[in-house]
Design a protein around this ligand. Structure first.
Ligand SMILES: [Zn+2]
Length: 674
């Protein structure tokens, strides 16, 4: 029988709309769940919403709704967002559901029957915002968690004998050092418990939005006891059908944000011990996601909605960014700039470019069939080095990932991709492809096989993090459904000779400079923009190697300053782009850059040097005298050490060669296009 794996997110409180912080936790869990499934574990992934409590009751009142209406609305938003992101949860629990209510009441009965619940009077402070009892504080004292003034509560309540668990909890932490991760959180919890635990009020009687205490309906169960129980009620705890509970509990990992560590690492195990329910194997606390170094909060108005990022860059970009950029467990910073930079560097120019060029060359030189890494004569030690690096990457990725070091794991996988890039540059398959002798063909086969096999391994490793793109690359590699692949078997050499590639298409279109401003604007306006990533040609000629300018010049990059929310520019914006008719005076190949041509173009009043990625489509001598369209006011840029002063306009068919824009009628040099 397969190993089982049960993972939970915290359930999200319905007082806030889903934002990127909620997404962060859920993405981390989704990634872990996906990897476990690929490793063959029988995986169960739970998420949901926390819907009771005084705060919800008050928020609903303020909005003129019933608490249930408010909960229904916000819970549905969470679920819709998770679905839009393609998150692979197996169950979505709501604490207002009957199955949950029954389970919570059963848990309460067990605690009472086992002698851990008693009736008493609570007089003290309560923070409604955190739904937290604040002991040892005077009336009006600020909440230690959020700083808001606490309210004085005087109630006859049911109490849970938390004090009875102080030693047992300390014993748990010391016997199972992995119970709380990371170490900093563990130390905080230990010192909190050592400082002494008081009994905990576990019911409220001054409001009614909660689950009634069994046999005493004047009281509702404390919202945290209610909420924490979701992890077992979702599996059927306390119901007649405990199949899932018997199979999956205890949880293998319960993911939480660091602000709710105390509830999960102190109260939760104490409740479970008292009810004689096995404890989860571990609680993993992640840090906060800051926005440009500040904590995201409603009052700061800097909460980022996931929708904005999904609309512009897609879910994979967000998943990759959050797991790559932030050291899991520590606080991390989010900014649109950093997101777009990572996207372009690691996804568009990194993995995306590696995939498209490797697969395009196989398509071009071997009719789209994976060639065989050839005989001794065409074999070099650099081929073995890639195979070795791949084996090492598989091992290191697994070790890091299994310790929730996602950033490190991705660094390892992308390190392999970078090594393959370098390998391709050094082996110049495009030059080999021009030759017809047998040795060159063999060498070309070996280089492309090695590159494709390494690409396959990076893709398999990255799949849990970037599921959509990885699935597409897998299909392009001719390997079918990536979900069927057994990750535990992953090793070098599994790519078979003659595998027929699928249609090669870009998986990560490069994001242009306006992406940041568009996302910022969408956040500011709270309105969606329809435009997805610009399907613009990758400007990869400016990448480090300069070797892979697969596209010729592209139309001028839109100026971001005045793009409307629907992605349209005004005529004034278009006017800023100075397009002119030029005539090619000189055309020659650029040394060490197979795709680039150096042109001297007459614009009527001056002659410009333009470097264009059109060498594969046009022999230099055919261009001399030809009239072309030039973006004349583009800032100069360096390509292969040569300054390009302007850009030549061409159509760039996907996977095909660039085609220069030209005129059927004669037109004077220097004429402006408008
Ligand atoms: Zn508070």
């Amino acid at each position: 029988m397969n190993k089982k794996f049960y993972i939970t997110t915290p359930i999200y409180y319905v007082n806030a709309r889903p934002h990127i912080g909620h997404v962060y936790t859920t993405i981390a869990c989704d990634t872990i769940a996906r990897r476990q499934r690929m490793l063959g574990a029988d995986t169960y992934f739970l998420t949901g919403t926390d819907e009771h409590g005084q705060k919800i009751e008050r928020a609903a009142q303020a909005a003129g709704k019933t608490p249930q209406q408010l909960a229904d609305e916000v819970s549905a938003e969470f679920r819709a967002m998770w679905d839009r992101m393609g998150l692979t949860y197996d169950d979505f629990i709501r604490t207002t559901s009957d199955r949950h209510k029954c389970g919570v009441q059963e848990l309460f009965r067990r605690l009472r029957d086992n002698g851990y619940i008693y009736k008493g009077t609570y007089t003290g402070q309560y923070c409604v915002f955190d739904e937290l009892y604040v002991d040892a504080a005077g009336p009006g004292a600020p909440c230690p968690e959020c700083g808001r003034p606490t309210e004085t509560v005087h109630e006859d309540n049911y109490f849970f004998k938390l004090s009875a668990f102080q030693d047992k909890l300390l014993q748990l932490y010391s016997e199972q050092p992995d119970f709380i991760r990371p170490e900093t959180r563990r130390n905080e919890v230990i010192s909190f418990v050592r400082s002494g635990l008081r009994d905990l009020s576990v019911s409220r009687s001054t409001f009614s939005w909660g689950i009634p205490v069994p046999d005493d309906h004047k009281h509702v169960i404390y919202v945290w006891l209610d909420a924490l129980a979701n992890y077992i009620t979702a599996l059927g705890y306390g119901s007649p059908d405990t199949k899932l509970y018997d199979k999956y509990w205890p949880a293998d990992v319960q993911m939480v944000g660091k602000e709710i560590v105390r509830f999960h690492c102190v109260y939760w195990p104490a409740f479970l011990m008292a009810a004689e329910v096995p404890l989860p194997k571990g609680i993993m606390a992640h840090g906060w996601l800051l926005f440009e170094e500040n904590k995201m909060s409603k009052s700061r108005g800097n909460i980022v909605r996931p929708k904005t990022i999904l609309d512009v860059l897609g879910a994979d970009a967000l998943r990759y960014f959050l797991l790559r950029e932030v050291v899991f467990g520590q606080d991390g910073s989010f900014s649109f700039d950093a997101l777009v930079q990572r996207y372009n560097a690691d996804l568009a120019n990194g993995l995306g470019n590696l995939a498209s060029r490797t697969l395009s060359m196989i398509t071009r030189y071997f009719r789209g069939e994976v060639p065989y890494p050839s005989a001794a004569v065409a074999h070099k030690s650099s081929d073995d080095a890639i195979a070795k690096a791949a084996g090492k990457a598989i091992a290191e990725f697994s070790t890091a990932f299994d310790q929730y070091q996602f950033s490190r794991a991705l660094e390892v996988a992308w390190g392999l991709a970078a090594a393959v890039d370098k390998y391709i540059v050094e082996n110049e398959p495009w030059a080999l492809g021009e030759k017809q002798d047998e040795e060159s063909r063999s060498r070309l086969a070996t280089v492309l096989y090695t590159s494709a096999e390494a690409l396959r391994i990076v893709t398999a490793l990255a799949h849990p993090v970037i599921p959509d793109a990885a699935a597409k690359i897998w299909v392009q590699l001719g390997l079918g459904d990536i979900k069927q692949f057994a990750l535990s078997d992953l090793k070098w050499g599994q790519l078979h000779l003659g595998t027929k590639l699928g249609k090669v298409e870009a998986v990560f279109p490069r994001a242009d400079k306006s992406a940041v401003e568009r996302m910022q604007k969408m956040e500011d306006q709270g309105r969606p923009a329809p435009a997805a990533t610009e399907a613009q040609a990758p400007a990869s000629a400016s990448s480090a190697s300069g070797q892979f300018a697969t596209q010729a010049a592209t139309p001028a990059e839109p100026k971001a300053t005045s793009i409307s929310p629907d992605g349209k520019i005004s005529i004034d914006d278009f006017e800023k782009v100075e397009l002119r008719v030029g005539q090619v005076k000189v055309a020659e190949k650029v040394k060490n850059a197979d795709k680039l041509l150096r042109l001297e173009v007459d614009l009527g009043n001056e002659v410009r040097q333009v470097i264009a990625g059109i060498a594969e489509a046009y022999a230099p001598e055919t261009l001399v005298g030809r009239k072309v369209v030039i973006v004349a006011n583009l800032a100069p840029r360096m390509l292969k050490g040569l300054e390009s002063n302007g850009m030549i306009v061409a159509a760039s068919p996907e996977g095909g060669k660039p085609v220069l824009a030209s005129f059927l009628e004669d037109v004077p040099v220097g004429t402006r296009l408008k």
